[in-house]
Write a protein that binds this ligand. Sequence first.
Ligand code: BGC
Length: 733
Amino acid sequence: MHVIERKVQTLLQAMTLAEKIGQMTQLNAEVGVADSAIKQRVRDGMLGSVLNLVDGPRATELQRIALHESRLGIPLLIGRDVIHGFQTVMPIPLGQAATWNADLVRAGARCAAEEAAQCGVNWTFAPMIDIARDPRWGRIAESLGEDPVLASVLGAAMVAGFQGDDPAVPGSIAACAKHFVGYGEAESGRDYATTNVPENELRNVHLQPFHAAVQAGVLSLMTSFSDIDGVPATANRKLLDDILRKEWGFDGLVVSDWDSIRQLAVHGLTDGDRGSAFEAATAGVDMEMQGDAYFNHLHALVEDGVVAESVIDRAAGNILRVKMRLGLFERAADTLPKSSASVSQHALDVARQSALQSLVLLKNDNGCLPLSAESLTSLAVIGPLADDAYEQLGTWIFDGDPARSMTPLAAMQALVGDAVAIHACRGLRDTRSGDQSGFEAALETASICDATVLFLGEESILSGEAHSRADITLPGAQADLIHRLQALGKPLVVVILAGRPLALSNIVDDVDGLLYAWHPGSMGGPAIADVLFGVESPSGKLPVSFPRVLGQVPIYYNHKHGGKPPTPETWVHMDDFPARAPQTSLGMTAFHMDVHYTPLFPFGHGLSYAKFVYSDLQIEPNAPTMDDAISISVSLQNNGEVTADEVAQLYVRDLVGNVTRPVRELKTWQRMQLEPGESRRVHFKLSIDDLSFCGRELRRIVEPGEFHVWVGGSSTASLHGEFRLREAPTEKT
Ligand code: BGC
């Protein structure tokens, strides 16, 4: 038996039932429970974890009590939502996903872990790897977007960053993949609402990133608040036991979401806390976050013979195993003198690089960008988000320090110095304001300048947990401000800071340039300034489709083909057919007649200041067998005049399946930098496993047959090839 396993079993044997149940409980150390009460629970060996304690000296004291004053000396897990940075803030996860850069995502998580660890945190509730296809859902900000492969790769990178090569080394903290599972499918994008995901879809889409996180060694998982096909995730044996433990072999810790065990009664699954404790414990939830259903009822449930003690042993064992893997028995005794993390230049550099690569240039008419400090003499910088050190940080920044932020306005001023006269003006009090009294000053400012950059979007609080919107256009009078400024006839660039894809059809034609900055974090300002002035070329690519209007939602690139797919030839706008047209006038395919069936901006889209041209797609072998790896290569040339990064993306369609297959699926990608005029052969490899999917029998299969391949700079790439996968092994001659 492995040494950790032996220690877990030895410790379990020494523990009383009450101590084991104590390990299965967690309390909020921030508010509500007096410090002395927490200390007593720790001293009594009746608490496994606290959350929201971010103070080195306090953490040191609690760990000292746990190690030296409790009977068995078991250290505490100290949890915190360290979601996209700690005091130095990286872009929101959706922005980080737009970098398509696993190394950078990993580096960001590492910086966050190192800062958080300085304050005693040893467990973060991240990454959130719920597939998010609904921009109404406020938590889309916290997600890695709509694609299972992108979310798998970047989620695993976050796990690697938080936990490091060895979770037991100082600076590493345990990661927690959440929310298991299907949470992003909340009906109408309303946080916490019911989800209904058929098992095939669950396995082909939503479970994939979790499986990848488990394979990456994630130490913990969190259950989702929502019910899925009628069974709340927190009581879902099929998910927690059959799939997670038995199929995937996960032996880490499963924590409930905040009070989600007691909420089983609110769902109507149980009639009270006792029943909820029973359901959650027997389904496989090891630790209860915040509530007290376990603490109050598990003991009696075991004594009454309703819950087997082996259930408690398993749960407590999972918790102890994680504490041992984290090396807490050895390092929890370290003295942590600080109440806040020190500023590191490295973390600021990573935050800046991450913000830079997250910026997605959506539109650039007539080369209005980059702005040129040589040809401009004056620039109007307008909008409520141009100079707001707090709002650029985004949701989930409990510990984020706005004093570390550099705003776009400050960064632009620092970059251009005296070369361009920058005239700043707010225009609107905030993004939600309908008050147009600031418009006059904004118009005046714009009219005396050569060009305008307008910083709009959503404040941080308009996305994130429980902050869903039913209308996803720019709030307040922002669209009016755009229309008024556009009427001046001067170059108008809009930079949007937001936690979700907004529906931008009502403004897109009025702007010359459109840069999507998400909430870019501490160093968003310099990153934006560098892109606006062409110090760097934008290179972010959308991790999620942008709808034209809300009515298209859900709209995602990897949808099914359907039996009556729309085509450019069949699509007709309702203004274009006469009254009393026959019932079949619209060609009988799947579209809305008042809006085009494509998104405004597709998944994977993002413009560059360079001009990338893809050609000559080769597939080797072009009739592979199940034993072959498939090599796909293309030529990529930078025909532009600047050095820039490109993210080359490879998509596949499996033409015939025993269940219907998506029209395209991202399989792999590469980010690379090309000099002007440089041409390069880009090589991709596909394994047979990359072509597998969950079939009708709910098992992963690979079927022989025809596959189509596309490589290019977005999910609408047109460079195309085909191969036929054969069953029989190639005959060797
Ligand atoms: C959220 C979790 C979070 C937890 C602790 C819950 O409300 O859903 O994602 O980790 O609170 O703050």
